[in-house]
Design a protein around this ligand. Structure first.
Ligand code: FES
Length: 146
């Protein structure tokens, strides 16, 4: 095998591995919640939507997705800890593409910008954070003010 073939096959293997890892991570953790209330520009979601049971184990999701009909993009709600939730519109602040959420980041498929769970830019070309919403909670529910 010559040098060029070696580099080509190595890069292809690496890219395939990274792609498969991202795909597995997305499949594992993404939950689109349809069981929510939308009333007077306020979304109400049960906290239990963050919990899933798999093989008799209770697993806490890092984030969930909701998509109210009147918004052009979904909202990702990240559970930062038991007392802190952050809701961000999944619209890239660079040129408006829809972001793909993962466990700790939101990634733009258009030009590669990345945002953390708080909606802050961690990688350009985006220069500003995402649109976020005031989020409150009580014992049972999370409330997002649009
Ligand atoms: S639109 Fe998201 S990085 Fe350009």
């Amino acid at each position: 095998m010559n040098r060029r073939k070696f580099i080509k096959s190595t890069c292809l293997t690496c890219a395939t591995s990274v792609g498969a890892l991202w795909l597995l991570q997305a499949c594992k953790s993404t939950k689109h919640v349809t069981n929510f209330q939308y009333n007077q520009n306020k979304i109400t979601i049960q906290k239990s939507e963050f919990v899933t049971i798999k093989n008799d184990k209770t697993i806490q999701r890092k984030f969930i997705i909701v998509k109210p009909e009147n918004l052009p993009f979904p909202i990702a709600i990240y559970k930062l800890n038991d007392n802190d939730y952050k809701a961000s519109l999944l619209q890239c602040s660079h040129q408006g593409c829809e972001l793909s959420p993962y466990e700790t980041t939101m990634v733009c498929p258009c030009h590669g910008a990345e945002f953390n769970a708080k909606g802050e830019v961690t990688q350009g070309p985006a220069e500003t954070g995402l649109k976020t919403f005031t989020t409150t909670y009580d014992n049972d529910n999370i409330y997002i003010q649009l």
